[in-house]
Design a protein around this ligand. Structure first.
Ligand code: HEM
Length: 503
């Protein structure tokens, strides 16, 4: 009798287990047949993830492209579950309509906390709101005009042009991406903290240690999202080994730089403080030195890594499109003639606003190579996205800016081509809907520096193009990128600079 009971129990357990396995494998199999990421039993997308980690943007683009509504579900061990989307209705929904349900979230914040602390890029709720409000004052039109006149123009004429002229004379190969990063770094430090690191001055080696440390800190922090075993970095951090050891050292260099700025500013507090961004935050005595440090780091990231990335890809694209370059030159000539200017004179705020074609060409370049190629939020409560995709509590949602630039549904059949004209209506630059083109994000957290960024990029592009010819080395090969927080070129952008002959 006892034996029979045991056999019955045994039979029941085996049957239930088989049934469970059958349904698990079957549902995983069904999932794997859906378009999008291929899911396998137990390991989810892991095999594809391992195979494609080095081409993560292309792989995820292919997945969303294959789905009827351009949203693909993604699941891998370590409770990494979420959705990649390139659907403008979903983007509008998560960034605006249901903003409260999609903060950055714990996972994102904790991965980047060592580097970014609680700075504006790495905070939610009240902490974010207070920084957003304080910083917004700095980005009004008056500050923008001052920004152009005082800082961008002087950095161009005193540093950028001499650097390029010297490169032309010596015929040396120059890394244009490095030059643009130094420019942007000098610029953001001056505008936001009234400090001039002089990175683009002299032999161009000043600040090199900081620049390298900042790059490593950004790349290694972003790399934490791509571990095959999701939280392995925490163990490496605990034992202070491998990439985590390197990350810790880089962060220390970045912190030392930021702490130095704060200390000098605190000591100067008795004197009159200039009206810059840091002063506004220091003015609030509730802000601790650590918080001020985090603010500084977020602004360096915002100001240094975005415009330099955008312009590097722009100059690379331009190198194969003499027709676009000719149109830019024509536009600059017209503006100079209208305003009685010569090559080399600095462009005013209003003249920059007249550069519709240049603005179109830069926007088009960022459509294909957005400086922030993907951006991720966390879902607080179960939800259904406008395209019908279910998203669970605690899942991530990534809106895929890089993929969106390559969607036929948004840009038509020629979506992979570099066509500045698509931005123009009767020669006038036409803004694109921010949810179809979320290069600067959109909704309440839209980039604060958008206008400032365009002014900087247009000033640099205009001054460089009218005076120099950039002979990009190996221009027919698309540069490899580093999957950092921004899309940097892995080996820089080597160019030979030549002075432009003007008739
Ligand atoms: C081509 C240049 C730029 C691009 C493409 C760009 C793009 C972006 C994106 C995608 C975000 C959202 C990031 C996130 O929340 O994860 C952002 C936020 C931000 N950007 Fe920019 N940015 C650019 C230049 C700048 C510049 C020059 C500044 C000025 C310092 C700036 C200041 C900010 C700030 C303060 C935020 C945080 C906004 C918030 O969370 O409320 N950006 N930007």
């Amino acid at each position: 009798m006892e034996l029979q009971l045991f056999s019955l129990q045994y039979f029941l357990i085996v049957s239930l287990l088989s049934l469970y396995l059958y349904f698990y494998v079957y549902s995983a199999y069904k999932k794997s047949r859906k378009p999008g990421f291929k899911h396998y039993p137990l390991v989810g997308v892991l095999p594809g993830f391992i195979k494609n980690r080095h081409r993560i943007l292309e792989w995820t683009t292919e997945a969303v492209k294959a789905c009827p509504t351009n949203s693909a579900v993604f699941q891998r061990p370590g409770r990494v579950h979420g959705v990649f989307t390139a659907n403008p209705s979903n983007v509008e929904y998560i960034l605006k309509t249901n903003f409260e349900n999609y903060p950055k979230g714990e996972r994102f914040l904790s991965v980047l906390e060592d580097f970014l602390g609680q700075g504006i890029f790495n905070s939610d709720g009240e902490l974010w709101k207070v920084q957003r409000k304080t910083a917004s004052y700095e980005f009004n039109t008056k500050s923008l005009r001052n920004f152009v006149i005082e800082n961008v123009s002087s950095e161009i004429s005193a540093r950028l042009v001499p650097t390029l002229t010297k490169a032309a004379e010596t015929e040396q190969v120059l890394d244009l991406q490095d030059v643009l990063e130094r420019f942007a770094f000098d610029n953001i430090c001056k505008v936001a903290f009234n400090v001039d690191p002089g990175c683009l001055e002299g032999d161009g080696t000043a600040g090199s240690e900081f620049m390298r440390a900042f790059e490593d800190a950004a790349t290694l922090s972003a790399g934490r999202f791509r571990y095959v075993i999701a939280n392995l970095w925490k163990i490496k951090k605990f034992f202070n080994i491998g990439s985590e050891r390197k990350l810790k050292k880089s962060i220390q260099v970045v912190h030392d730089f930021a702490n130095h700025i704060i200390r000098s500013r605190m000591e100067a507090k008795v004197e009159k403080l200039d009206d810059d961004l840091l002063s506004r935050f220091i003015g609030n005595s509730d802000n601790s030195p650590e918080f001020l440090r985090d603010i500084i780091i977020s602004f360096i990231l915002a100001g240094r890594d975005t415009t330099s990335s955008a312009l590097s890809w722009f100059f690379w694209l331009l190198s194969s499109r003499p027709d676009v370059e000719r149109n830019i030159l024509k536009e600059l000539e017209t503006i100079r003639k209208q305003n009685g200017k010569n090559i080399g004179d600095t462009y005013s705020f209003d003249e920059l606003r007249e550069m519709h074609y240049l603005q179109a060409a830069i926007s088009e370049s960022m459509r294909l190579y957005p400086p922030v190629p993907i951006d991720t939020k966390n879902c607080l409560n179960d939800d259904i996205l406008p395209d019908g995709t279910f998203i669970g509590k605690g899942w991530f949602i990534t809106y895929h800016v890089y993929a969106m630039g390559r969607m036929e549904a948004i840009w038509g059949e020629n979506c992979n081509k570099f066509v500045p004209e698509r931005w123009l209506e009767n020669g006038i630059y036409r803004q694109e809907n921010q949810f179809r083109y979320p290069v600067f994000q959109a909704g309440p957290r839209i980039c604060l520096g958008k206008d400032m960024a365009y002014i900087q990029m247009k000033s640099i592009a205009a001054s460089v193009i009218e005076r120099f010819v950039m002979d990009v080395q190996d221009k027919d090969t698309c540069p490899k990128y580093v999957a950092s927080l921004t899309i940097r070129m892995k080996y820089g952008l080597p160019v030979k600079v030549k002075e432009r002959c003007v008739d």
